[in-house]
Design a protein around this ligand. Structure first.
Ligand code: CMC
Length: 437
């Protein structure tokens, strides 16, 4: 039997019902969203597990940070819509909101920004760490390595049982990620590292560390900083997605927060998750012109072709991704600012979106553009190479990861994450000595 084929067989109707053994399972309700069936005592009482690969029907935890209604296409952070946060707020405000549950007052905001900026620099020894990488290393490979190494440098914030240390670890992660990301970029392109400047706002500081060179004066472009800040807010958190679940699972064993965030970065790298913006831009470039779109739509619909429309579809959104609308508007603003009126990739994207949205295949499967559909074009116009796209996603998502990690550690019901399995391998058999095989 091919190893890729499932060996599991349906084993008849539910034996619980057959044997008449009924157990009561408690139904729990949150403030919004579907109720959940509490199956914690299921195995103890019935000897059976639930089977849910990909966790399509499983709530892995209780959380009060982010809520998504995939049918409606809404995204709330602590009750505020993503549209309101991107229109009126700043990324720092969103960080405070995600971490502490409330939008900050003016004085809280000043204190929070001050405390974060006090951690933007890296231990000087870390600069040597970068030099161990090949110059052509993918910046995400550098991110995995350097962020994983942080725990070797900041011993005074790795005790997860100490509330103060947990808070400092959160601040350090939010503050240092732009510095590390910009350094990964500079190293990749062979330019000198630019140190952070604490008199600049978060997005300005990041853009300067990425694009300033010692030979020239760096001039801030408010429209680009504004767009960068919005992109950070849009990616800040997204409930129990693959990378966040990875951070929680890693953290459930008591691992230090820096190691957990490195695990999240590794997960984010995949093309089905954070790598999709890079993949979406490559796809638009490959399509190249509007007249080739039907060919690619046909490929996406062909069951025998593994090609998918990158930047389309979402596990949770079965409606337009609300972040995609904001991203689309930002994309137009950035292109205008950098003077690209008729970007060919944007033309392909707009037409591809139009054709796909009118196509029955995409309508029936509820496939809509997601945030990654327009973010690649926007980031490219801002001057980032495609290899940096997922890195930028990681910078923004760090606050979500660390807020979810902190929430998990402070949850009294928290246990090590340990899923079970449906075993389909060999039953016990006798060992055969090598000369008898
Ligand atoms: N193009 C063509 N067909 C698709 C696509 C697509 N982009 N996405 C899903 N489908 C089809 C798929 O073939 C399947 O068809 P069938 O039922 O006939 O087998 C059906 O739609 C359901 O797909 P699925 O893979 O079972 O759905 P999922 O919830 O497991 O996957 C997804 C969600 C995001 C991985 C998937 O839609 C995808 O691969 N999209 C492209 C990659 C992408 O844009 N990812 C970014 C996600 S948003 C950013 C983030 O949160 O990281």
């Amino acid at each position: 039997m091919s190893p890729s084929k499932s060996r599991a067989k349906p084993s008849g109707t539910d034996q619980l019902a057959d044997s008449g053994a009924m157990i009561d399972l408690q139904v729990m309700s949150g403030t919004m969203g579907p109720d959940v069936i509490d199956v914690r005592k299921l195995y103890a009482e019935t000897g059976k597990f639930t089977y849910d690969p990909g966790f399509t029907s499983t709530a892995s935890c209780e959380s009060s940070i982010t809520f998504i209604d995939g049918e409606e296409g809404t995204l709330l952070h602590r009750g505020y819509t993503i549209e309101e946060l991107t229109e009126h707020g700043s990324f720092m405000e969103t960080c405070h909101l995600l971490l502490f549950g409330e939008l900050p007052s003016k004085s809280e905001m000043l204190e929070f920004e001050h405390d974060i900026t006090m951690h933007t620099m890296l231990h000087e020894q870390l600069y040597n760490f970068f030099k161990g990488f090949r110059r052509d290393a993918h910046p995400m490979a550098i991110m995995c390595g350097v962020v994983g190494a942080l725990s070797a440098f900041y011993h005074d914030s790795t005790d997860i049982t100490d509330e103060h240390q947990r808070k400092i670890a959160c601040y350090r992660m939010i503050a240092k990620m732009p510095t590390i990301a910009a350094m990964a970029f500079k190293y990749h392109i062979g330019q000198p590292f630019i140190y952070p400047r604490n008199d600049l706002r978060y997005a300005d500081n990041f853009l300067r560390m990425c694009f300033a060179v010692p030979a020239e004066n760096w001039v801030n472009r408010p429209a680009l900083s504004h767009a960068m800040d919005k992109i950070f807010i849009l990616h800040a958190d997204h409930e129990q997605n693959a990378s966040t679940s990875t951070v929680r699972l890693a953290g459930s064993s008591g691992a230090n927060p820096f190691a957990c965030i490195a695990a999240g970065i590794a997960c984010l790298w995949g093309p089905a998750h954070g790598g999709a913006n890079e993949a979406a831009l490559s796809m638009l470039a490959e399509i190249g012109s509007v007249d080739r779109i039907p060919e690619y739509i046909a490929k996406a619909k062909d069951k025998d072709d593994p090609f998918r429309l990158m930047g389309f579809g979402h596990r949770v959104y079965k409606n337009y991704d609300p972040r995609a609308r904001v991203m689309q508007a930002s994309c137009h603003e950035v292109l205008e600012e950098v003077g690209v009126k008729n970007d060919p990739l944007l033309q392909v994207a707009i037409e591809l979106e139009r054709i796909a949205l009118e196509d029955d295949y995409f309508a029936e499967k509820k496939l809509f553009p997601n945030i990654d559909f327009y973010s690649g074009i926007t980031l490219k116009a801002m001057g980032f190479p495609t290899s940096m796209f997922t890195v930028l996603f990681a910078v923004a998502r760090t606050v979500g990861w660390i807020a979810q990690w902190r929430e998990m550690i402070e949850d009294p019901h928290q246990k090590i994450g340990r899923p079970r399995q449906l075993y389909t391998g060999e039953p016990p058999r006798a060992y055969v000595p090598i000369d008898k095989r």
